[in-house]
Write a protein that binds this ligand. Structure first.
Ligand code: SAM
Length: 400
């Protein structure tokens, strides 16, 4: 997600089943247009790439996953807007982790959810329709016709809702998609696309309990998150905002400071944040996140630098239209030289480029090749690109 370099992205790592309730500016619940629930599963569709799964697999693995999968999917549909779509997917191919979860969601929704017919949407991608009938087994491969047959000691892994009924046949489960390994010569996968047709009160008591999850009650998967406490540039740390004024002037940067925010505990960097995401930040100040927006500017540690801040290379293309100074457009040969050696010796560049560097004066210069912008520091003898070695390798592939 980070590589998308989008100012609209907020990354959290809450558990799906207790994803917190956020709110809009007016206090109404923040709901989503699109949700993907790619749930944890037994992985029995992946045995081609991971044969060990088959050694240890038994139906109990799927049964146990069902409960968590249903909780995650329930929370997903609760957070979906009316008319919104949710993809439920798993890399399992047994029906308990797939059609059975979807059937339960549809049943609980009282008609508030429907499966979207995806036939003809993916030309050349082969799949089979979802099934509306399946068998229920336990860990030992004992099969049960109905719940009354399930012994007490198996009831923690098998629940009454796992058994298909006559109603199951009316749910149009054939609209879900079963990607079996031999159909496209890849792994097994299941996908169902659900549309929320209207808001509904779930019929299930369990679903009702999980419905209202305030921020404080949600559980994180790990606890090393940052507080989603984006602060305006002008707040608290004058040093950064003063440096930013000079930085803007240096590069002729035309960007609203309203959209460049910083984390409270990461004071030295600025993040480009869309208006929508900024509003989420302002009205849900206590959510914990691993990333919001994309990092654009960070502190410059080089003493000889002309500004106290520097651009972060990964996301710089987002601002390329808004920078009017200190850009040097180079040809393919000079670009190749720049990404082939860090630092690159001045004499490896063309005389034309060297001349234009002199015109600009040494110091921080942005090298542009087509739509790629690379921040550099240029001294008399060499040019040092501020990019990672892996980015250099990728750029080299691009121009070779
Ligand atoms: C099938 S994988 C998702 C893979 C992902 N879509 C990707 O492309 O990398 C399921 C993921 O769910 C995570 N997970 C496990 N329990 C979870 C929970 N309660 N809530 C949310 N995610 C969970 C697992 O760590 C695993 O990374």
């Amino acid at each position: 997600m980070k590589l998308f370099s989008s100012p609209c992205i907020l990354i959290t790592n809450f558990k799906g089943q207790s994803f917190p309730s956020l709110q809009n500016k007016d206090g109404s619940p923040l709901l989503y247009d699109r949700i993907v629930c790619d749930v944890p599963c037994s992985g029995d569709g992946t045995i081609r790439k991971n044969p060990n799964i088959w050694n240890n697999w038994n139906p109990g693995r799927g049964n146990h996953r069902y409960f968590l999968q249903l909780k995650i999917a329930r929370r997903g549909v609760q957070l979906l807007k009316e008319g919104g779509l949710m993809a439920y997917s798993s890399c399992a191919i047994n029906q308990i982790e797939n059609e059975c979860v979807i059937a339960q969601l549809l049943e609980e929704s009282n008609g508030g959810l429907e499966l979207v017919d995806m036939r003809d949407k993916f030309k050349g991608l082969n799949f089979l329709p979802g099934l509306d009938d399946w068998c229920v087994f336990d860990t030992q491969m004992n099969q049960y016709k109905d719940y009354s047959q399930v012994p007490e000691n198996r009831r923690s892994q098998i629940c009454p809702e796992m058994f298909p009924t006559e109603k199951t046949k009316t749910l149009k489960l054939d609209r879900s998609m079963r990607f079996l390994p031999h159909l496209n010569d890849d792994g097994g996968f299941f996908v169902a696309i659900l549309r929320k047709t209207r808001h509904y009160e779930s019929k299930s008591a369990a679903a009702k309990i999980s419905c209202d999850i305030p921020l404080g009650d949600s559980t994180k998967i790990e606890n090393h998150n940052l507080k989603f406490n984006l602060t305006h540039l002008r707040d608290k740390k004058p040093v950064l905002s003063e440096s930013f004024g000079g930085f803007k002037q240096f590069y002729g940067l035309n960007v609203s400071e309203e959209n460049l925010l910083r984390w409270s505990d990461c004071e030295e960097s600025l993040y480009l944040v869309s208006d929508g995401l900024k509003s989420v930040a302002e009205h849900n100040g206590h959510i914990q996140a691993t990333l919001a927006g994309c990092k654009m500017v960070e502190k410059e540690y080089r003493n000889s630098a002309k500004t106290k801040l520097r651009f972060v290379s990964n996301n710089l293309h987002l601002l390329s239209e808004r920078i009017s100074k200190r850009i040097l457009t180079v040809d393919r040969k000079d670009f190749r030289a720049l990404v082939s050696s860090k630092p690159v010796a001045m004499e490896s560049l063309s005389t034309e480029t060297i001349g234009r560097i002199k015109d600009l004066d040494y110091g921080e210069i942005l090298f542009r090749y087509e739509d790629i912008l690379i921040p550099t520091f240029v001294s008399r003898q060499k040019v040092e690109a501020y990019i990672s070695n892996s980015a250099c390798e990728s750029f080299k592939l691009l121009v070779d």
